[in-house]
Design a protein around this ligand. Structure first.
Ligand code: OOG
Ligand code: NI
Length: 475
């Protein structure tokens, strides 16, 4: 029974997330301030409401990050890198409809077990050069991106080696992968392009300058999970961390749903442009990196998502005053419009849940005669066992993103005050969109996981387990 010489992907993901967080904290001190504030508020909430369903060990380490890639080949390699860390592409996010020239997926763990160990995720966007209408600019961007190499050679060597070993990675290689993998996501003060090129790219869209203007896909934000986002939004300003105007997503509720997010505005950072004569630089500035926080509620079924979206549509466009916007949202998301008890939410099939033997019934089972053996409940349905308190249910946390919120986050951090050539973006037709999705799918190995199916599987597996333990009927 010798200890495994290989590193566990869940462990590697945890190490990578910690290293990335440390790097970003040193690069963007305001992110460190935000994390301290979040830790304070989370500790208070956990102390005062230990019964909160969404509180668990994972909350302390929970993060998501975001990167923006330039080419298919970059995305292919990133897919291989994240796979070794137990992160797989889930969900397709088309941002072109919101005037942002990228599409995206999120790399994250798939199973309930891996998620509970460390739920790190990376929202990964890929530039769509086909949406740049200015053909000479498009060609130039493609050429610039094809010339850059965003990975340290050691990363490529380790990826090859691991794949020859069926994805197994020695502890030594794991350590190097974290160290050299980080290089890809660090900040480069020196731009890859001249001021003139940068300005032309930015005129089409600031995101283009951020993606193609630099040596690599610097991590642009890292987001801790907070248990009281309304409180942190208020406290940010007091702590000198200027917040974005409004909190994206649904309002505060007794039964939180999906995802609520807010951020601090992107920093204006000094950079150095390349010049015509090699070695010379010229000073400038760039806005891209920011900090974000989020609070996660339960995962909704398709039916629940549709209801959420229709209520958001009827709420209309956000005002700039967050307090007013939140109270307006609450007046739209009334308990009769969207139920606000877990029991009603479950009965209306709006969200996903896991089922288990309740702690009282499983602790008594070893001693009492009425222990839950497969035969003991074979005449009963699961609903009856829930009613008797033998079985309990817990909402499943939403692990994914919301396209409309993502678009809001992109825009609020790219200088939405400026005019961009967005008209072309809305002209793309359905066939073009389907082709774009297929292109992205091919880059990530042929399959993008459907998050509804993943939640559904977690729910069904838990039901099967309850049936195995009690013998109850599932209908
Ligand atoms: C990604 C924006 C999406 C979120 O939390 O919705 C995102 C980006 O700005 O690159 O991270
Ligand atoms: Ni984000």
């Amino acid at each position: 029974n010798a200890p495994s010489p290989f590193i566990d992907p869940d462990e590697l993901r945890a190490q990578f997330c910690t290293a990335l967080s440390e790097m970003y904290r040193s690069e963007v001190p305001l992110y460190g301030d935000l994390v301290s504030l979040v830790d304070e508020v989370n500790s208070e909430v956990m102390d005062s409401s230990p019964e909160l369903w969404e509180v668990g060990d994972r909350v302390r380490v929970e993060r998501h990050g975001a990167i923006r890639l330039g080419t298919s080949s970059e995305l292919q390699t990133v897919t291989r890198l994240f796979r070794l860390m137990g992160m797989f592409p889930v969900g397709y996010y088309d941002l072109s409809s919101s005037g942002v020239p990228v599409h995206a997926t999120a790399f994250r763990p798939l199973s309930a077990d891996a998620l509970s160990k460390h739920p790190f995720r990376i929202f990964t966007s890929l530039l769509r050069p086909d949406l740049i209408p200015d053909l000479p600019l498009r060609e130039e961007v493609i050429e610039i991106l094809d010339r850059r190499e965003i990975f340290h050679p050691a990363v490529l060597t380790i990826l090859d080696r691991a794949e020859r070993q069926d994805g197994q990675l020695s502890k030594e290689d794991g350590k190097m992968l974290v160290e050299f993998g980080l290089e890809t996501f660090k900040w480069h003060e020196r731009a890859l392009v001249t001021r003139e090129t940068y300005v032309r790219m930015k005129r089409f869209h600031p995101l283009l300058a951020d993606i193609a203007g630099f040596k690599g896909p610097h991590i642009n934000h890292l987001t801790p999970r907070v248990l009281d986002i309304d409180k942190v939004q208020e406290m940010m300003a007091e702590r000198g961390i200027p917040p974005k105007d409004i909190i994206e997503g649904p309002p505060n509720r007794s039964c939180p749903i999906l995802l609520r997010q807010t951020s601090f505005q992107a920093l204006t950072e000094p950079i150095l442009f390349a010049c015509a004569s090699p070695g010379e630089t010229s000073p400038g500035s760039h806005r891209a990196r920011f900090g974000e926080i989020e609070s996660r509620g339960c995962a909704l079924t398709k039916k629940g998502h549709e209801l959420y979206q229709s209520l958001m549509r009827s709420a209309g466009q956000p005002t700039v005053d967050n307090v007013k916007w939140q109270s307006h949202l609450s007046s739209v998301f009334t308990p009769s419009a969207f139920p606000d008890t877990w029991s009603e939410i479950r009965h209306s099939k709006l969200a996903y849940f896991t089922y288990s033997l309740s702690s009282s019934s499983s602790s008594s089972s070893s001693t009492s005669a009425s222990s839950s053996t497969p035969a003991s409940h074979s005449d009963e349905t699961i609903e009856e066992l829930i009613h008797q308190g033998v079985v309990e249910y817990t909402p499943i946390v939403y692990e994914d993103f919301l396209p409309a919120s993502a678009a809001g986050i992109f825009q609020s951090n790219l200088g939405n005050d400026e005019h961009h050539e967005q008209s072309i973006l809305s002209k793309s037709d359905a066939r073009k969109e389907a082709e774009a999705r297929e292109r992205l799918e091919r880059c990530v190995g042929g399959k993008i996981w459907d998050y509804f199916q993943l939640y559904d599987k977690i729910e069904r597996d838990s039901l099967e387990e309850v049936r195995r333990l009690t013998g109850c009927k599932l209908v």
